[in-house]
Design a binder for this molecule. Structure first.
Ligand code: SF4
Length: 279
């Protein structure tokens, strides 16, 4: 039986992108190829907030006890190896059992599944077919992979998803990283990888921005995706895993999205739930 290292498994409302407002089960896998320490920082600077938390890691017995951060990656404990002991390896049966417990009717109805991370397409692609083929998962009709858009689908997983999709809906919510993330453009912008997702499902770009310079970069990045053949929608989303940062720029980002004819994605989990773990 295949196992997946699970950082979080919870039921909430999708706060971002195409499915905003839809009741959703979130399966947050462990592991990411990035750190995104530039979010919320002045250009060229990297956040050190998680260094302080990591130095006290032994105080935290559960994922939910960890402090939230206002800069860097807001799901840092889902990839930083220093927090790995808070994320158990779980077999598909155990994951499905837990999903049935947290669904309001004990089965899939109108809820959708979000497979997120970390980077959920890094390493775990081989494990998802067994999970999705479990008899209790047959009622599931919609999945979103929340990805950073750098991980190519394996031939086996692509074929599996194409079959799964025959009567159901697959979405790739691609949060490609701009330079405000602190990641290098060469690694972050993988045009062909994202175009290939469109062969398997609906893909859209969800670009996190704070300033007008970020939006300029977003615009020419979108041009590059378009030239490579990408056809999906584009959302601008304000930086901000905590309310103090989010409220500084959400309205401005909404206005810039309107100005450039792009979609705006909120982060409903921030105003609604303060972005606490499990929301
Ligand atoms: S890609 Fe996502 S999960 Fe990975 S470090 Fe960046 S923000 Fe965090």
């Amino acid at each position: 039986m295949s196992k997946i290292k699970i950082a979080e498994l919870f039921y909430s409302i999708q706060g971002e992108g195409r499915y905003m407002g839809v009741p959703s089960v979130f399966l947050r896998t462990f592991g990411c190829n990035f750190k995104c320490a530039g979010f919320g920082m002045p250009r060229g600077k990297l956040s050190r907030e998680i260094e302080d938390i990591a130095s006290r890691v032994h105080y935290y017995k559960t994922y939910e006890e960890l402090p939230l951060v206002s800069t860097g990656c807001d799901s840092y404990a889902s990839w930083d190896p220093r927090f790995k002991d808070l994320s158990p390896m779980m077999e598909s049966n155990g994951i499905v059992e837990r999903i049935m417990e947290i669904l309001p009717h004990g089965r899939w109805e109108d809820e959708h599944l979000v497979i997120t991370g970390g980077e959920p397409l890094l390493g775990w692609q081989r494990a998802y077919p067994e999970l999705l083929d479990h008899p209790n998962m047959h009622g599931l009709k919609e999945i979103t992979f929340e990805t950073n858009g750098t991980q190519k689908l394996t031939a086996e997983f692509k074929e599996y998803l194409q079959r799964w999709r025959a009567q159901r809906e697959i979405t790739f919510s691609v949060s490609a990283k701009l330079s405000c993330s602190g990641e290098s453009r060469d690694e972050a912008i993988q045009l062909e990888v994202v175009c290939e997702y469109e062969q398997v499902g609906t893909a859209y770009l969800k670009l996190v921005v704070a300033t007008e310079a970020d939006v300029e970069e977003a615009l020419w990045t979108v041009d590059a995706y378009r030239q490579a053949g990408f056809q999906g929608h584009v959302y601008l989303m304000p930086v901000g895993g905590v309310e103090s940062v989010y409220t500084l720029n959400n309205r401005r980002v909404a206005e810039l999205a309107m100005k450039h004819g792009l979609r705006y994605s909120d982060r409903l989990q921030v105003p609604l739930f303060k972005n606490e773990w499990g929301t």
